[in-house]
Design a protein around this ligand. Sequence first.
Ligand code: RIB
Ligand code: CA
Length: 313
Amino acid sequence: MPPRKIIIDTDPGQDDAVAILLALASPAEIEVLGLTAVAGNVPLELTARNARMVCELAGRPDLAVHAGCDRPLLQPLRTAEHVHGRTGLDGPDLPDPTMPLAAPHAVDFIVETLRSHPPGSVTLCPLGPLTNIATAFRRAPDIVARVAGIVMMGGAYFEVGNVTPAAEFNIHVDPHAAAIVFGAGVPLTVMPLDVTHKALVTRPRNDAFRALGTPVGSAVARMTDFFERFDKEKYGSPGAPLHDPCVIAYLLRPELFSGRHVNVAVETASPLTLGMTVADWWGVTDRAPNALFMGDLDADGVFALLTERLARL
Ligand code: RIB
Ligand code: CA
């Protein structure tokens, strides 16, 4: 079976970085056509820088990294340096990137890639705010039907929000973009906090990264050492939630995840619940199901997969 072609839309972010590394460590199953950076955890200049640093850490300076939207469609940009550090990739001491950004703009890259590949052959994997994806859909509506599917990290329902009582960061930063994407009719697979908060990098799991004895293993362990402090203090959890790697792990081993195909709508009007992903879990509305909304995972299986793949880099 040929590898699945994907575009990773990302706002690195330590957890984005681990997701990118997992994808690049799995070329037999995943062909990364390019990375598109978006403003989110930190401003665009830094997410575009960090994405290239991760590519070079993985030994892939050839991979195209495109800079995208530097702010949400309507909302002012809200970043998360308090979680990810000033650079967005605090923890490891990685060198500045030497690979240049690729032309064109990320939105044009998404449009051109979908138009130049057969319909249904490219999967979009957004790991941050959905600004680039929504802008591409608005600029080129013809590409929507060509998308094989979207497998994304974002949202929350039973787990409630992480930046407001109601909303998860990626959706809250650009709720209008999220509403466009959730309403576009593309098959969606969503990794919300409901499942990513069960993917915790406990001490033994982080020790396994460090025990790889490789630059990648060391860098990932140091990313987690930095990234975990916020969540451990806030939630009292035994480790950092590895949100974004759940997207790539699903592509590799979907059987490690379980969820329900339900309607998910995004709140874009209420100041109280802006960015909330309203999942009709019990089918009480007439809104058609539009997303496979994940609720559980085999965390040991995910970390065994992740550790085995990182060892390959
Ligand atoms: O809420 C978690 C999400 O927001 C993750 O994708 C993290 O990287 C940040 O983008
Ligand atoms: Ca992210």
